[in-house]
Design a binder for this molecule. Structure first.
Ligand code: PLP
Length: 332
């Protein structure tokens, strides 16, 4: 079928796939959930699928020090810290945040796992990330290490293999449940999950559209980012494919106030799903994406009994940096 490059085993696969029974009944559609929040490696969600390929590449190249970057509560950076610890590699994280940021949630775990942390205030991060990553690489090389840089979210030509493999798993889920979904929804943050699913569904000859719900940048940005990740994959792995002909669906109507900042409706959605189905979303990614999906269903985008799939990409620890917004709204 698909010929995969080297891969390290970090995830617990396949993840469960099941219907959200009570919510489906209420919405009069069949809403299914892919439980990638249960992918293992400390609940690393979608990131562990991508890291299986990115870290395999680093190790195949003989590298022993991983450099990556992200927001202060980055799930990707925390997943990288623990994956590196499991594989005996050093993790160097460049985080966008203030120096006085409290060590909680993912940041606390980064430290516990022994990652080397460099904190950069947001404006400096925007201006000089590239130069800083380069400097880190040179510094580690001078120390006799073999550094390997993984970009934000491991969303590049290596990492997207994770969701090509994830697509195969989903297709097996669809066959087992005997469904032909109208759409697959996921949160889109650095684009790699959507790129991998879009590519995977194409390679498997599936026509199910993959809809990314943007959590930070706009639709135009993600169209080009998803295309760029797939083009890079083509270049790196010698594949030829008319990338511009791949359908890329992005909904940027649910970003709210901005990245990692959510409206009350998102916290309400998190509380609703926790109570109705016993599943915990997060305020940065999956809460926004799931709120977006529910709103689209309620607006009548789908017909009665349509099968719709939500990929739960994880993010649990992100909740703990939002505990005030999550708890203060208690309506009993
Ligand atoms: C990183 C992340 C996403 C976004 O995935 P991308 O591949 O970066 O677009 C979605 N959900 C969670 C919980 C994440 O940590």
């Amino acid at each position: 079928m698909v010929a995969y490059p080297p891969r390290v085993s970090l995830a617990r696969l396949p993840t469960p796939f099941h219907k959200l029974t009570r919510l489906s009944e209420e919405l009069r559609v069949n809403l299914w959930i892919k439980r990638d929040d249960l992918s293992g490696l400390l609940l690393s969600g979608n990131k562990v699928r991508k890291l299986e390929f990115s870290l395999a590449r680093a190790m195949a190249d003989g590298c022993d020090a991983i450099i990556t970057c992200g927001g202060v509560q980055s799930n990707h950076c925390r997943a990288t810290a623990f994956a590196c610890a499991q594989l005996g590699l050093e993790a160097h994280l460049v985080l966008r945040g203030q120096n006085e940021t409290p060590y909680e949630g993912n940041l606390l775990l980064d430290e516990v796992a022994g990652a080397f942390i460099t904190m950069l205030p947001p404006d400096q991060y925007r201006r000089s990330l590239r130069a800083l990553l380069r400097a880190k690489e040179e510094e580690l090389s001078r120390e006799g290490k073999r550094p390997f840089v993984i970009p934000t979210g491991a969303s590049d030509g290596h990492g997207i293999w994770g969701y090509v493999a994830g697509s195969e798993e989903l297709m097996a889920d669809f066959n087992r449940e005997n469904i032909q979904p109208k759409a697959i929804f996921c949160a889109t943050g650095s684009g790699g999950t959507q790129a991998g699913l879009t590519l995977g569904m194409h390679l498997l000859g599936s026509g199910v559209p993959v809809c990314g719900v943007a959590v930070c940048d706009d639709s135009q940005y993600f169209h080009s980012k998803v295309g760029a990740d797939i083009s890079q994959w083509c270049r790196w792995y010698g594949e030829s494919l008319d990338v511009s002909s791949l359908p890329v669906w992005v909904n940027d109507g649910y970003i709210g106030p901005g990245y990692a900042v959510a409206d009350g409706v998102v916290y309400d959605t998190i509380r609703m799903l926790a109570r109705k189905e016993g599943i915990m979303l997060d305020p940065v990614y999956t809460g926004k994406a799931f709120h977006g999906l529910l709103t689209e269903i309620r607006k009548g985008q789908f017909a009665a009994n349509d099968d719709i799939v939500f990929v739960h990409t994880g993010g649990l620890y992100g909740n703990f940096a939002h505990r005030q917004q999550l708890s203060k709204r208690g309506e009993g």
